[in-house]
Design a protein around this ligand. Sequence first.
Ligand SMILES: *[C@@H]1O[C@H](CO)[C@@H](O)[C@H](O)[C@H]1NC(C)=O
Ligand SMILES: *[C@@H]1O[C@H](CO)[C@@H](O)[C@H](O)[C@H]1NC(C)=O
Ligand SMILES: *[C@@H]1O[C@H](CO)[C@@H](O)[C@H](O)[C@H]1NC(C)=O
Ligand SMILES: *[C@@H]1O[C@H](CO)[C@@H](O)[C@H](O)[C@H]1NC(C)=O
Ligand SMILES: *[C@@H]1O[C@H](CO)[C@@H](O)[C@H](O)[C@H]1NC(C)=O
Ligand SMILES: *[C@@H]1O[C@H](CO)[C@@H](O)[C@H](O)[C@H]1NC(C)=O
Ligand SMILES: *[C@@H]1O[C@H](CO)[C@@H](O)[C@H](O)[C@H]1NC(C)=O
Length: 270
Amino acid sequence: MDANIFFFFSASIIFIAYSHENDHFLECNGTFNCGTIQGIGYPFWGSGRPRYCGHRGFELICQENQSPAIDISSQRFRVLNISRIRTGMMTIAPVDIWEDPCPQLLYNISLDHILFDFAATTQNLTLFYDCPLEDDIPSQCRFMCNTSNGDGYAYYLDESSSRIHHSELEDCGNGIIVPVNQRELDELWSGNDTIVDAWNKGFDVIYGKDMIPCMTCRNSGGVCGSNDTSLDFLCFCPDKPYSKSCLVPGMFASSDLLTSSSIHPFREVV
Ligand SMILES: *[C@@H]1O[C@H](CO)[C@@H](O)[C@H](O)[C@H]1NC(C)=O
Ligand SMILES: *[C@@H]1O[C@H](CO)[C@@H](O)[C@H](O)[C@H]1NC(C)=O
Ligand SMILES: *[C@@H]1O[C@H](CO)[C@@H](O)[C@H](O)[C@H]1NC(C)=O
Ligand SMILES: *[C@@H]1O[C@H](CO)[C@@H](O)[C@H](O)[C@H]1NC(C)=O
Ligand SMILES: *[C@@H]1O[C@H](CO)[C@@H](O)[C@H](O)[C@H]1NC(C)=O
Ligand SMILES: *[C@@H]1O[C@H](CO)[C@@H](O)[C@H](O)[C@H]1NC(C)=O
Ligand SMILES: *[C@@H]1O[C@H](CO)[C@@H](O)[C@H](O)[C@H]1NC(C)=O
């Protein structure tokens, strides 16, 4: 009798512990939808999906029929695309301000370089405002902006031409650097695109944060997430969270110690 009660008691404890530890595994499995983008997974979270299913800097603000929004370094961007083919890449565009090639408020785009980086397809478009008329700069790079003071000439150039025309552009009152996709830059030079179109089509950003640990975790049957307290990466597994990957049946050591699976993170398991 004593033994039976003891067995029942310990089985209940194990069951309770299991189901509690299991919560995040079940909760963070699968993907979520946010505005116009469907099937979003780690490191993104937001709109009812808790932070521990993603990573701190990747909260999406969702509104029906609109692109998700994300705040990076206190600037708000629209997320136009999250690539499923090239994992860890998304297309973003600055929100609101730039509906006019002559914005009232000029600011440079800055990324949180701990979490994000410009993709190789992203090029800098440089814009110069409050400039005098400069005959040396090709006229197709010139446009007009009405200003209260001084001349209303403005110029848009790629980075190398802005270096070539550096001395002329010193007379300009203000300037900004706007990341755009190389494709849009080409269309802009060919006259097929406007400045506003080019920057509203956005630019590609890479987010490498924990993408390789996440692949290792998924390959072991786990679900990627993070520790809500320490914000460190966690691999939620059927039994409990691990720091790297789940204990694969047949392996004799904890995968927390055995990291051989992270050596070839891109190799598909056939
Ligand atoms: C997790 O999601 C995958 C794909 O949607 C599904 O096949 C699997 O059964 C899910 N696992 C759990 C534990 O819900
Ligand atoms: C998102 O990117 C993929 C390729 O990575 C492309 O096929 C798809 O058309 C893009 N979607 C939008 C809305 O731009
Ligand atoms: C943008 O960055 C450029 C180059 O660093 C700088 O010259 C310019 O003043 C900046 N513009 C604004 C509005 O901060
Ligand atoms: C564009 O400018 C930013 C900031 O000035 C810089 O960090 C980035 O490397 C530049 N990108 C390219 C493609 O030159
Ligand atoms: C700039 O000012 C001129 C004259 O004041 C006006 O005719 C023109 O429409 C203005 N252009 C823009 C883009 O506001
Ligand atoms: C610009 O548009 C024309 C006509 O639609 C097209 O033939 C040309 O390839 C386009 N140029 C670029 C760089 O897309
Ligand atoms: C989460 O982080 C806290 C604080 O660092 C730590 O005490 C806790 O054990 C961690 N939880 C997991 C599941 O790793």
